[in-house]
Design a protein around this ligand. Sequence first.
Ligand code: FEO
Ligand code: CA
Ligand code: CA
Ligand code: CA
Length: 691
Amino acid sequence: MNQSRTLLPMLGHTRGNRNAATCQFKCGNACAKDVCNTTDNGYFRDIADAALSRRSLLGLGAVASAALVVGTELLQAPSAHALPVAAPGSGGKLRFDAIAPVPRSSDTLSVPEGYDWSPVIRWGDPLFKNAPSFKITKQSAKAQAGQFGYNNDYLNVIVDKYSGRTGVLVANHEYTNEDLMFDPEWFAANKAEGVRIAMAAHGFSVVEVKRSRTSERWEYIRGGERNRRITATTVFRADGPAAGSELLKTAADPTGRKMLGTLNNCSGGTTPWGTVLSGEENFNQYFRGTGSATDARYGIADAPTERGWEDIDPRFSAHHRGFENEANRFGWVIEIDPQNPDSTPVKHTALGRFKHEGANIRIAADGRAVAYSGDDERFDYVYKFVSKAKYKRGDRRHNMQLLSEGDLYVARFSGDSPAGQVDGSGALPDDGEFDGTGTWLPLVLDGRSKVPGMSVEEVLVYTRLAADKAGATKMDRPEDVEPSPVSGKLYIALTNNTQRGTTGKAADDEANPRTRNRDGHVIELTERRNDAAATEFSWNILLVAGDPSKDATTYFAGYPKEKVSPIACPDNLAFDSKGNLWISTDGQPGTIGYCDALHKVTLAGNERGKVEQFLAVPAGAETCGPVIHDKDGSVFVAVQHPGEGGTFDEPISFFPDYVKSPGKVKRGEVYGPRPSVVQVFATGKGHGHRK
Ligand code: FEO
Ligand code: CA
Ligand code: CA
Ligand code: CA
């Protein structure tokens, strides 16, 4: 049996929280490679200095053993239902008892008592009438371009106001896992077509959805008028100050404005004017570079890529004459109008080029649109863009120009406790909080570069280098950066950074207070006067994530630790209509040992900091794109990379259809696993939905 056959060479793995396949396919083994940010922003440890004697001064040993007792109770919770210590959730119609954490090998999608789930759309489901039904062993690039793509990440379900029972589902397709998608024998003999299938499985989907008069269940519409696929070869228009720059021109596009495709789209955001933003994240792994310093800052190596796309399409290697700048055409925030399938999607150069996790908009006091975005890499930064023009409610055409011109800033965080009180252990400083103030440092202001020695075009194309010069604060991998629609406060998911505070790397600071931060944390940021356009802010850490039964340095805004669900590696954020924060995770299996999850976090009132687990995704998967329709009693999640770590021949997951096949898959058989969008809904029994 050829169970260990893998299609692409496994180069350079492995270290970090994820399984080897996720590291390889998702981010090109970023964790195994050198840190891209080698600037000296922040204080460096020259030795792996232990977290001082302060730990013992605070008596942390005693705290840890007390927490372990609690932990035994948590770990012995009898089933996937009803964590005994959790009270029913509050807010909206989504009442639930937190589920117990689910062991990481479980191939189930676990939901609370009173809820059920069903897939809305899966990888390979046809979007168009003339697209073929999915057959894993008869796949072609043409078929895939008409079907739902692979590895859905960002997700929204935008309900039509006029009907309330129709809408569009939008989803990113971040990356492909060839080990699960292809029969290895077929792939070996058909590599060029395999690569083209993978290209067509990347990008974005828009698909119409509907529900009947009597049901809250949504289903997708094959052949819906707004249905659309965007792939790695779709034409985009670049706009903003760097569009047309010499830095963006190639042999195929002498205008520097017409770009093909979008890659590694991770998270995103839906704008107040109804368009969808999406971040081109780990784009570097698709390109062979020249070894330049600018390439290095983005992790683009002068080496064959693991995907090998440069063997099929010359634009993926800077060694192909005329394509030296192709990689500069990725790493942007894109904007898509999901209501108009004929519209040309846009790459917004004004928002800067980095590994955008996503982008989310808040309207400032004076009406300008502010886009927040994290650069998801260890020791990289948090940014915001402030539009020049103002938002006009109802003027969609005008609003779709807002991200074309404006100011770009990067964040510097300062703690308010003496440095000696933040010792890397995660122990709270004497004032009882990791907190402080901060400044948005301008990179581009009023159309001018604020970075000495760099033009506006250079600042926007090489934004990481500009932010290095400005003195931004190195963060522990900023994922979603999302403003609460209820309070206006900004939440920043910092997923993890196991190199924090290690030899030669930036030390812990009050905003990133844990050495070797395995489990991540969440920052709550308040703009001055609660105005999104302010240049000063205050901040505090809301959660220091982890399993409180085993880790005394966890913190839940002061809420009793024995009453929370364990949580690690916060990634995507969402809010319900009451302003509760929902956090999906990416990395719990490799850290706290449980399947990735979706958690609700209460932000206001006397339960502030209470973390309650709502669901768990199956083996190998991470939870993405949570969408909380609490008024309808529905939650949607994008289940990304189910079964990762298995192979085509030997799957470890059969999600979502659980059609099992002993041994080799038969020709034409629909099999598993398939990345899918899932709706979780109240059944009307038990807690669930309150009508
Ligand atoms: Fe694709 Fe930042 O996770
Ligand atoms: Ca403090
Ligand atoms: Ca993410
Ligand atoms: Ca993720």
